[in-house]
Design a protein around this ligand. Sequence first.
Ligand SMILES: *Cc1c(COP(=O)(O)O)cnc(C)c1O
Length: 469
Amino acid sequence: MSNDSGQRSLRDLPSVDALQRTDLGREIAEAAGEDHSAQLSRSAIADLRRRLSSGEAGNTGKAELISEAVNVLRDLWEQEDATRLRRVINATGVIIHTNLGRAPLSEDARRAVSENTGYCNLEYDLNLGKRGPRAPRSEMLITELTGAEAALVVNNCAAAAFFVLTVFAAGRRVAISRGELVEIGGDFRVPDVLSQSGATLHEVGTTNRTRLSDYETAIDDGAAVILRVHPSNYRIIGFTASPSLGELASLAHDRGVLLYEDIGSGALIELAPLGLADEPTVADSIRSGVDLVTFSGDKLLGGPQAGIIAGRRDLIDRLRKHPLYRALRIDKLMNAALEATLEAYRRNAESEIPVIAMLGLGRNSLLERAERIAGEIAAMTSSSLNVQILDGESAVGGGAAPGAKLETKLLALSHGTLSAQDLEISLRKGDPPVITRIENSLVLIDLRTVPPEDEPELLERIRSLAAQP
Ligand SMILES: *Cc1c(COP(=O)(O)O)cnc(C)c1O
């Protein structure tokens, strides 16, 4: 390309106005307003100008330049659109997928959310006709389901742990086993949460073995709180030991110190029958005598994002009256979902809760579904899309039950001309986005995390892959 033609191309660049008058320009203005649409058009033209100047884009005529500008604008618009919060199909087999919204809500919980978006009795007692507490029914259900004297609900479990430590451990020594100084994921690290709450960390025992006498010594040295953390996302196996929760509770109560457990996942029912052998239940903790326990609403409990604090009434009352509660309390929509989820547990209808239902799916039912879909794909004529069914494992996710083995059947896709990456991107960028993973150059689809009612849409999306040459 000569310099001269480069200059001419620059002169031929469309104006922002011209780009705004294209069909796409009008569509964007309609959806996002004139100002934003003009801003995107300016970015598109600037990008094209840069590419022409650098010789990256060749010399073309006026008409080609406007259609090129429209292409750039479409890319920008689509990239921006992909940031919109939207429903996706989770075909990864990771049940509590932290990046995909953790626990999907039950039908009842979804209905409860949509019914309470307007005015509702969030803090209004309909029996008395005056102001009432927030989330009293969730609290009542939690006490019923766990045997705790009282409960309080906040925004998430990290907030719950921070809240408990700030109120009961600030300025005091907190004894914790070296095996429990864990990072739960992201920025939640037990030592950091402790120091942020104003408590002093008092490490006891070793990474793999901690004895009751280690805690006793810590109390002799001034520890006023014993903190037990369920390590959630990893396990120490082999030569290990730690006192039982019951032993810790006896010690704490004899010596007048507080026993607080951050149990994390918050299983409300025994999950061993579903393959999760070492997930403690909240009721176990309460029965063992912990003073307070905290857990998440959207991990194994299968509800909305929430942090639940359960335990002694006098301690819960102190938390409720503390100014931090105002900053951390749950909002009305999440409380609506939490209530509905807890109601399902109370009437022993846990299978209505998607997380519990997905954990319980057997290999045979997954195989049946995979075979049906594979059959449909195979029947797509003149397609270069290949499908096979492989053995695999799903994951609990959410930093829970790292050792659990959930055997599954995977649909494995490959294509005559498209790479696994191409297929993955195409599935991810469609509507609705389908999130998969790639292993050994195959795109893997685990139906465990795809609700049966989403199957037709999933198949439709796969069909669109098959339509590619
Ligand atoms: C997940 C987890 C948390 C954080 O809970 P969020 O609901 O993500 O705020 C805290 N403690 C433990 C032990 C956990 O497993």
